[in-house]
Design a protein around this ligand. Structure first.
Ligand SMILES: Cc1cc2nc3c(=O)[nH]c(=O)nc-3n(C[C@H](O)[C@H](O)[C@H](O)COP(=O)(O)OP(=O)(O)OC[C@H]3O[C@@H](n4cnc5c(N)ncnc54)[C@H](O)[C@@H]3O)c2cc1C
Length: 339
């Protein structure tokens, strides 16, 4: 692998948005991500002809810079407006949309669709887990492990490193180099709460369970969505269920097939039905998100910028969610370009 000036570690929305802005300004950028494809928590699981947005469910856009990008995604078919319907769901009662008038978008044909425009033209190395970042004189090197490799390989040297990971993961990489990015990542290491996810496909449609459902008053479930009913999807009776943060935390070590079954039972409960009355399932799977959603107030700075050093961005700094990740990434790029 040839040496590159800027390494971006993490190809989620924050890392890609930052890398893209630097590339467009003429910087030589290479992106590393441990996942099989870019997108991070904006992701779509595909299995046997079924698909599920098992991470981020939708995104909103308020910042004019994100609004403009989302418009271009919609124009190019990489995203679409999701009109739901949206409702609260409490013990069998559907209520109003808790944020009436909110404009919500999804990636197309799955959430991961937005990773394509974000990564266009970028040199992204997927399946590349960065284990350590080390300083060598004025430059940095990293150790990278690819799937099945017995030993990590060295990549670099880089003049700058951008770490676009959940803070607890950033801490692992930066332990030896330390510095401001490490200190901020350590400070924010509890900023992202976990979420358990169940993906379920029923044999038949499920009446009364359309669109996006903000579950209220259930210990286990916080959200349910008719995933197959999102725009551009097949219409299949496929659902994504997300656990509340507290329930996800206390059940995080439970085997996925067990917590997924419990979440399907909880779905019946919040729909006001007996589990036995739901249509038969043809697919049930669980996924653990260790770092899902930002908790609490965002920090005052949306990034840590260190020209010629190690910088940090991501949703935990940007105020959470897809939009916060995007804003954190582009603001970091702008700070580095002007620094
Ligand atoms: C269950 C769930 C529901 C959500 N719902 C919503 C929602 O409805 N609306 C909304 O706006 N947001 C939602 N979010 C949050 C949203 O997905 C995130 O805020 C946003 O995608 C974060 O982007 P990021 O780039 O900061 O981080 P990430 O997407 O986490 O990107 C980090 C990347 O780093 C990679 N990585 C990690 N460690 C290494 C390593 N050592 N080496 C190389 N690569 C590494 C990962 O593979 C990942 O691709 C949800 C998230 C989850 C999990």
């Amino acid at each position: 692998m040839s040496a590159s000036r800027v390494a971006v570690i993490g190809a989620g929305v924050a890392g890609l948005a930052c890398a893209q802005r630097l590339r467009r300004a003429g910087r030589d950028v290479v992106v590393f991500d441990k996942g099989r494809r870019p997108g991070g928590r904006v992701s779509t699981r595909r299995s046997g002809g079924l698909q599920f947005d098992h991470g981020a469910q939708f995104f909103t856009a308020r910042d004019p810079r994100f609004v403009e990008v989302v418009r271009s995604w919609v124009a190019d078919g990489a995203a679409a407006r999701w009109t739901g319907p949206f409702a609260t769901l409490e013990r069998g009662q559907r209520g109003e949309d808790p944020r009436p008038g909110a404009v919500r978008y999804v990636g197309a044909p799955g959430m991961s669709g937005v990773a394509a425009p974000l990564s266009a033209g970028l040199d992204v190395h997927s399946g590349a887990t960065i284990e350590r970042v080390l300083q060598e004189g004025d430059t940095f090197v990293a150790t990278m492990r690819q799937p099945g490799a017995e030993t990590p390989m060295r990549v670099g040297p880089f003049d700058e490193v951008i770490v676009a990971l959940p803070p607890s993961q950033a801490v692992q990489l930066l332990r030896e180099v330390g510095g401001a990015a490490y200190a901020e990542a350590a400070r924010l290491s509890r900023a992202l709460l976990p979420s358990l996810c169940a993906m379920v496909a029923f044999e038949e449609p499920l009446p009364g369970a359309d669109g996006g459902m903000f579950v209220v008053g259930d210990e286990a479930l916080g959200w349910a969505a008719h995933d197959g009913g999102k725009p551009g999807r097949s219409g299949a009776p496929t659902y994504v269920l997300h656990g509340t943060s507290a329930w996800s935390l206390s059940n995080f070590q439970t085997p996925p097939e067990v917590f997924a079954a419990e979440m399907v039972a909880a779905f019946a409960r919040v729909l006001g039905r007996e589990a036995a009355d739901l249509p038969a399932t043809i697919y049930v799977a669980g996924h653990r998100w260790g770092f899902a959603l930002a908790d609490g107030d965002p920090p005052p700075n949306k990034f840590v910028a260190a020209p010629s050093g190690i910088s940090l961005c991501g949703d935990a700094l940007g105020g959470g969610r897809v939009e916060g990740a995007f804003v954190s990434g582009i603001e970091l790029a702008d700070a580095l370009l002007s620094g």
